[in-house]
Structure formats: C-alpha cells, structure tokens
Design a protein around this ligand. Structure first.
Ligand code: ATP
Length: 315
C-alpha cells in the first residue's frame, strides 16, 4: 500500500485498517514509502500488526507521502509495475486524492494490475463518498482556531477575515463557516459581492453586533485583499489570518479514525476477494465501492442549502 499526494489526518488509521484486515485473512502487507516514488525506488517496509500499533491517534502518515513526476510518465509506471511484480506484490491499495487515484487507475489499466483506492484528502472533493479521510479533522481544526479568533474579534470589535484551505472548492470553508457561526463565506464555485457583504456587516453593526468573521476559501481570493476591501468600505477595524498548513496536521478526530479504519479494512477485503479498480467510500454511513473511473469522471458539487444557511444564520 501507499499514501500519496497531500497528507491527511486519518491516513495512519487507514493503514492500520488495511494491514490488520489483510493479516486477519493471512495476507502479508508491505508499505512503500513516499507514495509512487517509493514503488519506483523499491523503498518498502513490511507492515506487521506491531508496526501499525500506536499510530491511530497520529496525524500525517507513517508511510510518508510525496508527489512523483516520474510516475506520471508511462516509463515510470512500467518501472513501478516491474518492482511490484519482482517483489510478488499481488495488489496495491492507494490512499490519496484525485491525482493519486488517477495514477492508480492508469497503472491498473495499463498493466492489468489489481488496485483499490481510498479517498484520503482534507478537501472532500472526491465523488463516490460522503466524506474523505481527513476532512472532518481539518474542519474541526479550523473551527477551533476561529473560536479563539472570535474571542479577540469580539473584545476589540473587529472584523476578522479567515482564509482556509480549498484552492478549487469551498467544501472546507462552507463547513467551517457553518460550524463557527461565521457571518459570511466566500467560495470559488459561487460568485459573491463583497459590497453586499459589507452592507450586511454594517446592518449587523446597527443591530448591535460588535464583531464578525468572514471565512474565505483560498481559491476565492486572498484574505488580505478581502480585509482591505472590507476595512475601506465599512470603516470597521479589520484583520486577516491565513490558517494554512495547520489544517493538515493534528490528531485525527474520532470520526476520521473510524472512517479510515472501516474504509481500509473494506479495501483490503475487496482486494483479497479479487475485486479491482474500485474506490471505497461511505454513503449514508454504509460502506460502498464505486469504479474509480466513475469517481474521477463525476464532479462533486457543494450543497446550495448549506450555503444559504450561512446567510440565514447571520441575518
Ligand atoms: P491532494 O488532493 O491532497 O492534492 P492528490 O492525490 O490529488 O492529493 P496529486 O499531487 O495530484 O495529489 O497526485 C499525487 C501523485 O499521483 C502525483 O505526484 C503522481 O505521482 C500521481 N498522479 C497524479 N496524476 C496522475 C496522472 N494523471 N497519471 C499518473 N499519475 C498521476
């Protein structure tokens, strides 16, 4: 197995799930370090029951992760396939985002090689599952940071603009805005009017609201620019903060740990049972398997009802 692409809290729990479920079926597991790069360079460790002990609460990934440009080329994937064959590795579980799953699908199709995918990304932008591993932890981390920021925003009667991760989508931003009671959220998928947001902030101030939080997904604009605009158009004191990589780290929530364990164990069992080319996910709490081709060709879109709720709750 490998963890690949950006790290996500809960990847270790997924590794534990895969390893212990496979061992329970009498199947040995090896972990390649640094994603696809480690397959090409034949850099692997045997994963035993003991080696995946004491990792369930740790963020990051014990297998390390990386982005491999070599694997993007046919020659690199051929080399990876040869390493897998020469070491008698009979199937591969890949935990990562859409790029990692694309790589897994390509390897599988080019060499008729058994693979199983797990959604491991804080972005939650993968179809075929309600949640990807790491999303819940990232949202909770950002929410806790905003809870602290709100204390100081309230005391100084300031507007705080908080930038959260999400270059291409606003899944994290939306969930963070709802859970932290933010006054507005800016996401890349939906056009917004900063002037309208400023008007709403001014109206809220006349109603007696002394502080406000605006959550910005990084793909929707720079927090510093939003802060400048808001300060200029409202006259309120405004500050900004970019939460950045802290959202990737930290101990996974109970939700992410259980999700990752379940997905990992199910992936191992499906692979051992002879299935391939699937991504394991959850749908309404139940484990599901979908063809990776379906997952990659389906766009996950934000829930408009949630976006509307941010406005309703702050009006
Ligand atoms: P995140 O969502 O956290 O960015 P990701 O899995 O989408 O994770 P990528 O950097 O896109 O991260 O992909 C991880 C690795 O998967 C790449 O470094 C590359 O080795 C492999 N990969 C990505 N896209 C392809 C592709 N089209 N063909 C083959 N391999 C790919």
């Amino acid at each position: 197995m490998i963890t690949s692409g950006g790290d996500a809290p809960g990847m270790n729990a997924a590794v534990r799930g895969v390893v212990r479920a496979a061992l329970a079926r009498g199947v040995e597991v090896v972990g390649f370090q640094h994603g696809y790069r480690g397959i090409i360079s034949e850099d692997f460790v045997n994963l035993t029951t003991q080696s995946v002990g004491g990792i369930i609460h740790q963020g990051g990934t014990m297998l390390r992760t990386a982005r491999s440009s070599q694997f993007r080329d046919y020659e690199g994937r051929k080399q990876a396939f040869e390493v897998l064959m020469s070491n008698e590795v009979e199937g591969l579980v890949v935990i990562g985002g859409d790029g990692s799953l694309t790589g897994a699908k390509t390897l599988s199709e080019e060499f008729d090689y058994p693979i199983m995918g797990l959604p491991g990304t804080i972005d939650n932008d993968i179809a075929g599952t309600d949640f990807s591993i790491g999303f819940d932890t990232a949202v909770n981390t950002a929410m806790e940071a905003i809870d602290k920021i709100r204390d100081t925003a309230y005391s100084h009667e300031r507007v705080f603009v908080v930038e959260v991760m999400g270059r291409r989508n606003g899944f994290i931003a939306l969930e963070v805005a709802l859970s932290s009671g933010a006054e507005a959220v800016l996401i890349p998928e939906v056009p917004f009017s900063l002037l309208e947001i400023c008007d709403n902030l001014k109206k809220a101030r006349t109603r007696g609201k002394r502080s406000s939080i605006i959550v910005v997904a990084e793909g929707a604009g720079r927090a510093s620019d939003v802060r400048d605009f808001v300060a200029k158009n409202t006259g309120f004191e405004a500050r900004y903060i970019v939460l950045g990589h802290m959202q990737r780290g930290g101990s996974p929530t109970a939700f992410d740990r259980v999700l990752a364990l379940r997905l990992g164990a199910y992936a191992a069992n499906r692979l051992i049972n002879g299935y391939s080319g699937e991504m394991i996910g959850v749908d309404g709490g139940k484990l599901v398997h979908n063809p990776i081709s379906y997952v990659l060709s389906t766009e996950r879109t934000i829930d408009p009802e949630r976006l509307l709720l941010v406005d309703v709750m702050s009006s």
